[in-house]
Design a protein around this ligand. Sequence first.
Ligand code: GDP
Ligand code: ZN
Length: 361
Amino acid sequence: MEEFVYDLESLGWSQSFQTAFERYSLDMCSPGRIAENNGASYQVYSQHGLVAGVISGRLRHEATSPADLPAVGDWVAIAQRTVLGPAVIHGVLPRKSKFGRKSAGRGAEEQVIAANVDIIFLVSSLNQEFNLRRLERYLVLAIDSGAMPVILLNKSDLCPDHAELARGVQDVADGIPVHAISVTDGAGLQPLDDYLIKGKTIALLGSSGVGKSSLINFLAGREMQSVGPIRMDDDRGRHTTTRRQMFVLPSGALVIDTPGLRELQMLDSPVGMAGAFEDVESIAAGCRFRDCRHQTEPDCAVRDAMERERLNPERFLAYEKLGKEMRHAALKTDKRAQADQKKRWKKLCRQASDKARDRWR
Ligand code: GDP
Ligand code: ZN
């Protein structure tokens, strides 16, 4: 990474950005790409390396919504006023894709959390959390963003019938690549090389615990994110803000991994048990391991609650039964539901190909 030359093409620059940039070129500006956004301060990849950046008063003043301000992945026009001072960001170039979030509390103002993503890895795990409906929601997010989705079904090592499940997913995900992988075993990872194209930007989306950090570490060939059975709550500490939010892989592809993107998983919480077992789920949230099966795992809050008679074992069994049924139903819904699902996916897949297929080839 240290030897990486920040020429614009390697950072994803293209003719359409060049055209959009022309209006700034008279103002002694040069192009840069946002690598990090920490509130008011930015880190920007530029032809002079990584520089600190601040927004110009005018850009801030003229912004009509937070979405007008730079986000990680954005191409911006910067001017270096003094040799040592921060670069001043004068404008944001139109985005070719974006992930947004409606900020709670502040009306319905959209905030952009990642921009100009070419390929989105939708990571899901094949263990007990596998859920086609949830995958569908992520697919909708990906397609809305304008990025090209690729479905990665991780933890194939935990799932003996992973090939069958992957075929089931591919069956509905017409035209969208589906790969069963195991980051731990290294199985199925080779085909991912096709997506790691120099200058293309990748982002990962998926629930907590599916293996996004592990995959990023694998792709980066070294430890970049802390991996482990850390729950989301513990994961939001300050230590997570110190790592770069957009970085370059050895292949030359760029990866965006921001806390905001990770938080998009909140959207999928109503799927699971649909609130029917909130009591059990809130107890299970206290287990040491996120994917605790409440059997022999240490520090299991569920077993503990049963021992202390705070949770009725019968209720726990009912919860387990429903979970099992839901897993099996993930692919094998009844005929009518299956037909509806197929129809929805078909539509989504068509949108994906119309919108973004040409972005990565
Ligand atoms: P993230 O929350 O999506 O970033 O998930 P992590 O990368 O932190 O992984 C969560 C847990 O899953 C960790 O304990 C990983 O070691 C484990 N994990 C990741 N990939 C695999 C895999 O392919 N197989 C198995 N068995 N475990 C995995
Ligand atoms: Zn447990």
